[in-house]
Design a protein around this ligand. Sequence first.
Ligand code: ADE
Length: 560
Amino acid sequence: DHHRVIWPFWLIFLSMIKIKKLCKFCDTQVTNCSGTGSCKVECDITAICPHANEVCVSIWRKKDNNVTLETLCYNPAHKLYGLVLEDYNNSKCEMKEKKGMGSEFFICSCSEDECNEHVFFTSYSLDSQVVSVILVSLVPLLVLAVLVITSFYFYRVYRQHHATSKRKKGPPVDFSDAHAIMMDDEGSDISSTHANNLNHNTELLPIELDVQVGKGRFAEVYRAKLKQGSSAGEQAFETVAVKIFPDEEYASWKNEKDIFSDADLRHENVLHFLTAEERKVQKQYWLITAYHPRGNLQEYLTRHIISWQDLWLLGGSLARGVAHLHSDHTPCGRYKVPIVHRDIKSSNILVNSDLTCCLCDFGLGLRLDNSLSVDELANSGQVGTARYMAPEVLESRINLENIESFKQTDVYSMALVLWEITSRCSAVGEVKEYEPPFGKVREHPCVESMKDSVLRDRGRPEIPNSWINHPGIQMVCATIDECWDHDPEARLTAQCVAERFSDMEHLDKLSGRSDSEEKIPEEISVVDENNLKKVEAVSNTNVPPEVYLTDCSDVCVGGL
Ligand code: ADE
């Protein structure tokens, strides 16, 4: 019984002793503690805190070079100097700075015996409120960013899938407006269409350069021998052309290589591309293509007077090459990225052995797909050769919103080339020496002098009356006139010009100057008149009433 009474009393006593903390308790003392790193409090008094739930507290203050440390026991349920003790469950006394206390003020609290004898100053002074304000404002932003990025990613995947399945369906998609191209086609099939764009072999092709055959703004062109293994001991070779870009013209090489690498570009009237190489040792970039011994059209026209048949071959093939570039579908109806050349001129056209044209020099070419960046579009205002620049290019007023605008500028330049070809055709009557369009203007006219001729004076190369005695030439001139219209939207499309040329096949036989005694072929007299319109386009011309042009206005005028 005695034990039963005494035992709970000791229990209570012991537990009271255990709960009460031992803390340094010297009130406020002057100290040497500098407020950085850690300090040992110089306090000789260790007190048993009067109340069970009190914890140990240390406070460091500095005001006017007067530095003090205060040590005490305190009940964390109450505010001390207006502050809530936050970290009293710690075993160490970690000082936190508090602002707005009238002096530099650090406080710490902890709950192990004499734990406020050693105080530790942390280097950062953000209090938890500041941290939580930062977190509260940053977290929603982060969540939003993650959401936006994820939705954009899924949107891209969806569009890519959508575009691929659309293309697989085959028939040409109507990309007649810029937004359709930019938005509907992801054009991200680059890896398959660009598979062959670079000779990735560590071994470069065995090529021996012969003579220089051309020089452009960015590169020089050489005739070269591509050596081929031969069992007979004698070395066989194929003649190729090598376009060599110096180190600093890397961008131009890359652009031309990327354009050429699209397998859909292949066409009999587009230069045949073999491969591209980085010749690191020579610090050069190469494009290896088919070689055309007849050289470029400008050189050819300078040296030759051509027949109507030659004009028809050259002009028709030029239009077909440009139409293929511009087209958004291959001859089989599969989707292809439309391309604009942006530097069509007679020196950028090679002559095939069958006297057809072959477009080359795609250094300024532009793929009109939705990989076009805003920068690329913005920088695409005025490029090309001033002599061949369309009025809207000279004025830098090209409508960047509509991809057809780029095609219309190519059509203008093509019209000048068609004029050059016509000017050297014997069917026009007396043929003068070759002169480039606006030949009177100095050798490399600048943009300003071309503006005077083309914009201020609305000038175009002359089409003398004497030219249009020949019905074929008459049709060609009417077509040229519609292609160099001041209004880009009124110009014909390259496809329409190609169709016009195919309609002209037999026109030589209508000509008084023709050597042929053949009659007008039947196709001409039976052509569906609903699709034809009388030639009216060429000003000051006497058009015989029996000559008709394909009326493209419903189907293929650039603006439609
Ligand atoms: N001039 C520029 N490119 C050429 C080529 N591929 N063949 C011949 N002459 C050229």
